[in-house]
Design a protein around this ligand. Structure first.
Ligand code: AMP
Length: 501
């Protein structure tokens, strides 16, 4: 009976003694052991009454069990719904109710905190990981499982968007959405059974879960599975790895460490970055120090991966590369939706087998974000250059309209980032009595810090007046979420009264 995702990713591991996961305590989990863990958990899910199509919610530490639960959910025909481990109980309550979940899994030590919530919502609660109740049940189950039959368009996962504004929305991912993208990436990034991926990303997000793990599973590669990004642990593991996937902060933190050298990464064939913009400066510093060019790619929860710099061929700093082979990508006028000529900045719209099935129980929201011809409106602004490389300018909702003129924050940030004493910058629009909105620059200093008078005059030389920041604030560091994204909504709220008080 077919189960497209399970058949491609998990079933081939059965009985294979080859190493799959290198764990922090030095033990190695073979593909066969991981497969058996998955099958036992699938039996346990069935035993607690998880039916085909039911939502299985998990908020748990990054362990092999948590990853095996992904395979088990897919095998049992359920919909896997991982949650950020940073969410509070009340936040979890929203996801449980919105997704109409049947089961919640948490770390054993969180049982007490979550029990009243699960009881209130009438949702079964089990624990996962060392000493977990589901693990206990699984250990009594058989290590074999006949996967539920699923069609390519059936749901495999529901991933809630990080939702920096408004309600977080559940992106419905089908078997084929995930599998088609994994196939494309394995081929494009040349993953084989010879690869060892250094995995230090969280597995509740598309990057660490689907991009990283699906690529490893599909290619028969191994991974060094680390619970989080820990500089010492990553540096210790680099000589044993062939590839790493990271957010830009991984790279800036490594660059700040004197142990990063050409020799340390001599065994690596591929460094990949995504989920947030990688500064050209970081790309260049990395290349100078290690001799390797970071491959930057772009994607989002709703669409999986969309573009990638090439494995062979130039990896252009400040760009996310051309669209993937099976992705159609166009730039349109954000208002009218009309396609724009090459080189112009506008809304990025995409279509392909990787693009999700819509937002869970939000037909109107879904309809509003798709064009009639099936293109999804990403909400990202960007442009395509003559060579077909895509450049991301920022989120449309971060666009600033000052005195009627459009200001793309990225353009201003690039100038600010070059200034002495500026480590990095975030440019936001905040209410202004005259201009409606005005440009405010938030600067993270380095060394002796920036000379604001010098910055002001550089801005006057290089940018049109309406783009020049009308104010500057200094913060020791820019606020970021776990995926390394600068939290601009938080900055806008914090400095809302900057020009009006
Ligand atoms: P998420 O759904 O959490 O994966 O966030 C997706 C968003 O992250 C995209 O819509 C982009 O705004 C941003 N993003 C992802 N990769 C990149 C990248 N390489 N450069 C710039 N922004 C990126």
């Amino acid at each position: 009976m077919p189960n497209p995702l399970f058949d491609a990713l998990f079933a081939p591991m059965e009985g294979q003694a080859r190493p799959l996961m290198h764990l922090p305590d030095g033990t190695v989990l073979s593909a066969a052991e991981f497969h058996a863990m998955t099958a036992r958990l699938a039996n346990a899910l069935r035993a607690v009454g998880v039916a085909t199509g039911a939502r299985v919610v998990v908020q748990a530490a990054k362990t092999p069990q948590m990853l095996a639960l992904y395979g088990a959910s897919v095998a049992s025909g359920a919909v896997f719904l991982p949650l950020n481990t940073g969410y509070t109980a009340e936040e979890v309550a929203y996801f449980l109710a919105d997704s109409d979940a049947c089961l919640l899994l948490v770390d054993p030590e969180r049982r007490e905190v979550m029990a009243p919530l699960a009881a209130r919502l009438g949702i079964r609660l089990e624990t996962l990981g060392e000493g977990g109740s589901l693990d206990a049940l699984a250990s009594d189950c058989a290590p074999g499982f006949a996967p539920a039959t699923r069609a390519p368009d059936d749901l495999a996962a529901l991933l809630y968007t990080s939702g920096t504004t408004g309600r977080s929305k559940g992106a419905m991912m089908s078997h084929d959405n995930l599998l088609s993208n994994a196939r494309t990436l394995v081929e494009l990034w040349r993953f084989t059974s010879q690869d060892v991926l250094l995995h230090a990303l969280p597995i509740f997000h598309t990057h660490g879960l689907f991009v990283a793990c699906n690529v490893v599973f599909l290619s028969g590669a191994q991974m060094i599975f680390q619970p989080r990004f820990d500089l010492d642990a990553v540096i210790a593991a680099l000589p044993r790895a062939t590839a790493m996937m990271g957010v830009p902060t991984f790279y800036t933190r490594l660059l700040a460490d004197p142990r990063l050298s050409r020799e340390l990464v001599g065994h690596m064939r591929l460094f990949i970055s995504g989920s947030a913009p990688l500064l050209s400066e970081t790309h260049m510093a990395w290349q100078a120090r290690t001799g390797q060019a970071i491959l930057e790619r772009y994607g989002m929860t709703e669409t999986n991966m969309l573009t990638s710099n090439p494995c062979d061929g130039p990896r252009r700093p400040g760009t996310v590369g051309p669209p993937l082979p099976d992705v159609a990508l166009r730039i349109t006028d954000p208002e009218s939706g009309a396609p724009l000529p090459e080189g112009q900045t506008g809304m990025i719209e995409v279509r392909g087998p990787n693009v999700f099935q819509g937002y869970w129980q939000m037909p109107e929201k879904t309809a509003a974000e798709f064009r009639e011809d099936g293109f999804f409106i990403t909400g990202d602004l960007g442009r395509i250059d003559a060579e077909g490389y895509v450049q991301i300018v920022g989120r449309a909702k971060d666009l600033i309209i000052s005195g009627g003129f459009n200001v793309y924050p990225k353009e201003v940030e690039l100038v600010l980032d070059e200034m002495p004493g500026v480590l990095e910058s975030a440019v936001i629009g905040v209410p202004h009595p005259d201009f409606g909105e005005a440009v405010l620059a938030v600067l993270a200093p380095t060394g002796a810090g920036p000379d604001l008078a010098a910055i002001g005059s550089a801005m006057r030389e290089r940018l049109a007046r309406y783009k020049q920041p009308k104010g500057y604030v200094l913060l020791p560091e820019l606020p970021r979420n776990t995926m390394g994204k600068v939290q601009k909504a938080g900055l806008r709220a914090r400095y809302r009264d900057h020009f009006t008080r």
